[in-house]
Design a protein around this ligand. Structure first.
Ligand code: GLP
Length: 262
């Protein structure tokens, strides 16, 4: 089972994420981070940036792989995931942009871009820590319900719900949200050595309940985390509001030996 941690807010979750990444950076000279867009990881990146600065840790060898990108959207567009990752991760963490990759959504090469991306991840030695958000329909990356749990990086069609959820980044105009994307597959995500999924707010409560305590099903893509040997799911009270075993998760985390980390 995944470890479930119930925190008071995004800052507490961010501190836990930053601590795990700091540990990794101290153990490994060329760590590989799996990166995600969306609002859920923002506090985590902020806390990580603060810790790196405070402890004077050099990040020039850190490599990164983002989960997904819109298909056919100019990478220079402010809402492309390339731009978003640059703004929210590369700049505040002072990473080398050349070592941080985002799937290539260029329509001319999209048929081979997925396999190329998976090969690049493998060549880098795999992802050490993958941060994840979750869609209201249980998607991770852009793996919408029905995605193969063994999938590699590939082109996908976005659901109407996801496009509505993401319209806020496109002048609240759903027609401006691209219809397709390229996303790491669930099989790709499961190869990362440690998964940390963050979810906040009541809007995520149903998806979290299905992810943690429902059956493993492509209908809730995040439920594939149950198959992973090292998955950590960090939620606030609202996102964890429908968990049946909430008291147990709290007790287990409170009584965990400090040396163990997450
Ligand atoms: C998009 C991204 C996902 C992200 C989801 C939730 O669909 N492709 O990676 O998890 O949004 O976003 P938020 O964290 O803003 O709720």
């Amino acid at each position: 089972m995944a470890e479930v941690i119930i925190v008071k807010d995004e800052d507490e979750a961010g501190e836990i994420y930053a601590e795990a990444v700091l540990r990794l950076f101290k153990e490994k000279s060329d760590p590989v981070l799996g990166l995600a867009t969306g609002s859920s990881p923002l506090a985590a990146y902020r806390h990580l940036a603060k810790r790196l600065q405070r402890e004077g840790i050099n990040t020039e060898n850190v490599r990164g792989f983002a989960l997904d990108e819109y298909a056919g959207l100019d990478p220079q567009h402010p809402q492309s995931y390339r731009s978003t990752i640059n703004r929210t991760v590369v700049e505040p963490l002072h990473l080398n942009p050349e070592l941080v990759r985002v799937p290539n959504g260029n329509l001319d090469t999209i048929q081979t871009a997925g396999a190329d991306y998976d090969a690049a991840i493998a060549k880098a030695g795999g992802v050490d820590i993958q941060i994840l958000g979750i869609g209201t329909d249980g998607h991770i990356g852009f793996n919408e319900p029905g995605s193969s749990l063994a999938s590699g990086t590939r082109i996908k069609t976005l659901t109407e719900q996801t496009r509505i959820d993401n319209a806020r980044f496109f002048d609240n105009d759903v027609t401006k949200v691209p219809t397709h994307c390229i996303t790491q597959g669930i099989g790709t995500i499961l190869k990362a050595r440690h998964l940390i999924l963050l979810a906040f707010g009541e809007g995520k409560a149903q998806a979290i309940s299905e992810t943690v305590e429902g059956g493993i099903s492509s209908f809730c893509p995040a439920s594939a985390l149950q198959l992973h040997p090292h998955a950590t799911i960090i939620v606030d009270e609202a996102a964890g509001g429908r968990l049946r075993n909430k008291d147990y998760y709290k007790w287990a985390f409170k009584n965990k030996p400090e040396w163990q980390g997450i």
